[in-house]
Design a protein around this ligand. Structure first.
Ligand code: DAH
Length: 367
C-alpha cells in the first residue's frame, strides 16, 4: 500500500468502483463541514485539488493509472464527478461566506462606479431648439418632412417650372436611376425645407402657423462657409388678412429674441419663385452694433434670411388637395433661415466644417 493513504481497489467491477468512490465522497463531505473562513476554504482546496500533493491527484495516480484499459473509462467518469463535487463545495462556500463582497478579487460595491462623461447639446442642435422655441412661444407648431423629396414638392409646386433658371440657384443632388419616371416624380435630396410648405397645406386647411426645422443637401464644395449638408428652419403662416406687416413684425421679434433686443432688422427686395413680393432680411451687426467691423464687412448689416408673401401660384398647387387655400380669401407669409449660419454667428464659429467634424476639442467648449 502506498504511503499516501489511498486504499487499493479490490478489482475493477462497477460495484467495487462505486463503493470506493462513495467512500471518498464521504471523506469530501466530512472535510467540507467547516469552510467558513477564506483560510479554511484554501486549506480544503489545497487538500483536495493541490496540483502536486492534492488527494485527487493521488487517487488518480493510484487508481486510474494502474487500471486496465477497459476500466479506465469507468474510473474516469467517477473521478470527474468527484472533482466537480469538490469544486462545487468550494464555490458555494466562497459565495456564502460573510465578507465575501469585500474579497480582493471581487467587486467592492461601496466604491463609486465608473462615471460616463455627461454629453452636451451640440451648438447646431442648441440653435435649432432656440429658433424653434421662439416660434413655438408665438403659437407656431413644429413639422417635419422627408429629406429624400420628389421634384414636384422641391421645385414644381413651389413655382419652379421645369427648365426654370431659378432651379440652377440650388445645385441639386439627384437620386440615380430615376430617368424613366416623369420629372415630377423623380427623387432628389431636398435642397431646402420649403417643400414642407406644400406638404403641410395639403394635410390641413388654413389657418396654419408652422415651423419646420431640418437637414438639406446641395452639391456645393465644402469650404469655411459651405457644407453639402446644412440645416434650415422653414416658416409658414396662412390665415385671412395676413399682411407684409405681420411678416415684418414676426421676423423682427424673432431676431430680437435670437440676438438681443437692441438688434434691428431691415427688409430688401429679393426674388424667390414661391413668394411675391420676396425679401432678404438683414439684421444690424450684433458684433459692432451696426458701426461696421470685419464680421459685417464694414456695412453694419448682416443678411440672414429669405422671406415673402406666399405666391398665389403656390396656393393654387395646395388647393388641388385643400380647396380652402383660395388666394382670393386667404393670404400668408413664408420664411427660411439657415441654422448653421445663425449658430456660427451666435457662437463666433469661423468654419462651418467644425459643426460636422465631431472634434471634441471644439465640442467640449459648449459643455
Ligand atoms: N428656400 C429658400 C432657400 O433655401 C429660403 C426661403 C426664402 C424660404 C424665402 C422661404 C421664403 O420660405 O419665403 O434659399
Amino acid at each position: 500500500m502506498p504511503d499516501d493513504g489511498i486504499p487499493p481497489l479490490n478489482g475493477w467491477s462497477e460495484s467495487e468502483l462505486d463503493r470506493a468512490f462513495a467512500s471518498v465522497a464521504k471523506e469530501v463531505e466530512l472535510s467540507a463541514r467547516s469552510l467558513n473562513s477564506p483560510e479554511e476554504q484554501e486549506q480544503f482546496r489545497l487538500y483536495w485539488l493541490g496540483r502536486k500533493q492534492g488527494r485527487l491527484k493521488a487517487i488518480s495516480d493510484a487508481w486510474l493509472k494502474a487500471a486496465p484499459p477497459q476500466a479506465k473509462k469507468l474510473i474516469g467518469q467517477r473521478f470527474n464527478t468527484l472533482k466537480a463535487e469538490v469544486e462545487q463545495r468550494l464555490e458555494r462556500a466562497a459565495a456564502s461566506s460573510p465578507g465575501h463582497e469585500f474579497d480582493a478579487e471581487t467587486i467592492d460595491i461601496t466604491l463609486p462606479g465608473t462615471r460616463r462623461k455627461l454629453g452636451a447639446e451640440h451648438p447646431l442642435i442648441r440653435t435649432w431648439h432656440e429658433i424653434v422655441g421662439i416660434f413655438q412661444r408665438m403659437g407656431y407648431s413644429v413639422g417635419v418632412g422627408p429629406e429624400v423629396e420628389t421634384d414636384y414638392y422641391n421645385f414644381e409646386s413651389l413655382n419652379f417650372p421645369p427648365g426654370h433658371p431659378a432651379r440652377d440657384t440650388q445645385d441639386t443632388l439627384v437620386i440615380a436611376g430615376q430617368e424613366r419616371k416623369p420629372l415630377r416624380d423623380r427623387l432628389l435630396m431636398r435642397t431646402h425645407t420649403s417643400p414642407v410648405q406644400i406638404r403641410t397645406m395639403e394635410q390641413q386647411p388654413p389657418p396654419v402657423r408652422i415651423v419646420i426645422p431640418g437637414k438639406v443637401h446641395r452639391n456645393d464644395a465644402a469650404d469655411a462657409t459651405h457644407s453639402p449638408i446644412f440645416h434650415q428652419v422653414e416658416g409658414l403662416c396662412v390665415d385671412t388678412n395676413i399682411t407684409f406687416a405681420d411678416l415684418k413684425g414676426t421676423l423682427d421679434h424673432a431676431m430680437k429674441e435670437l440676438f438681443g433686443s437692441s438688434v434691428r432688422t431691415r427688409f430688401f427686395p429679393s426674388f424667390f419663385p414661391f413668394t411675391e413680393p420676396s425679401a432678404d432680411v438683414q439684421i444690424s451687426c450684433p458684433f459692432c452694433a451696426g458701426s461696421g467691423c470685419r464680421k459685417c464687412k464694414h456695412s453694419g448689416w448682416i443678411e440672414l434670411l429669405g422671406c415673402g408673401m406666399v405666391d398665389p401660384t403656390v396656393f393654387e398647387f395646395a388647393r388641388l388637395k385643400q380647396p380652402a387655400y383660395d388666394p382670393k380669401k386667404i393670404s400668408g407669409f413664408a420664411f427660411g433661415m439657415g441654422i448653421d449660419r445663425i449658430a456660427m454667428m451666435k457662437y463666433g464659429i469661423g468654419d462651418i466644417g467644425l459643426l460636422y467634424s465631431g472634434d471634441l476639442r471644439f465640442l467640449e467648449q459648449f459643455a
